[in-house]
Design a binder for this molecule. Sequence first.
Ligand code: 5GP
Ligand code: ZN
Length: 113
Amino acid sequence: MSDCIFCKIVAGEIPSNRVWEDDRVLAFRDLNPMAPTHVLVVPKKHIANLAEAGQLADEDLAACLRGCAKVAELEGLTQGFRVVSNCGPHACQSVQHLHFHVLGGKQLSEKMD
Ligand code: 5GP
Ligand code: ZN
């Protein structure tokens, strides 16, 4: 997707603070962190969000979730962490490339909304 900001980050056309990557997934720090650790895990292939999960290979989807666990390990989130994927307008999704927020490093709110 030529006009997708996260595709450009994956391609290295826009700089990012990379935390981890493999051949399927890239993890980089969120520009506006909401927690001491706030990392975005994205598939290197473009889909808009989880509603389009059927368009992504199972291996890529699984790699995203394993990538979240890997980030938590690398960031030392031994007390726990939260994974969030906003999907569509009701969830306030602002970047239309599937991504998982990995949040941790502090006591997070019980509220999920
Ligand atoms: P969403 O609201 O779609 O779930 O999350 C998008 C996230 O992407 C936001 O937390 C926002 O701070 C982050 N973001 C937007 N543009 C950039 C960027 O150019 N670089 C990085 N590292 N994060 C970005
Ligand atoms: Zn994209």
